[in-house]
Design a protein around this ligand. Sequence first.
Ligand code: FES
Ligand code: FES
Length: 155
Amino acid sequence: MTLRLLVNGEDRVSRSDAMTPLIDVLRDEFHLTGAKPVCREGFCGACTVLLDDEPVMSCLLPCGLTRGRAIRTVEDLSSGGMLSDLQTAMVDHDAVQCGMCFPGMLMTLTSVLSRHPAPSRDDIRAALSGNLCRCTGYERIVDAALSLSSAAVAR
Ligand code: FES
Ligand code: FES
């Protein structure tokens, strides 16, 4: 069986069964290894990718359910070797430690900031409730995201 998927703006063909978790198709077939299979049970968010700009846990999502929808992974955030503004803000705020949670964090925050250009600190915290980090204590991550809020820029 073949399955056509739209990944980071490109048509890709998968030979996986439709029930294969999307993360396995991304990593094993397409070699997009940014999303991390940490818990594989829907608890940690390290596997988060965007599906039609909404964060989804790719460890729980059968790839067959993504037909005709736009999948975006962390590999798509940088362009021409340049980090996205969000990635740059994370570096500038010294927000990254081991990095295991970061692909998921970045995709969730990319979605929040695209849908809601002026999120509050509480909005960002709420959006990250499904993304667990064992290292950072979250504050620098939230500070970095908040630095891109148009409300913060206007202050
Ligand atoms: S690996 Fe998907 S939620 Fe943890
Ligand atoms: S930076 Fe290590 S788990 Fe988040």
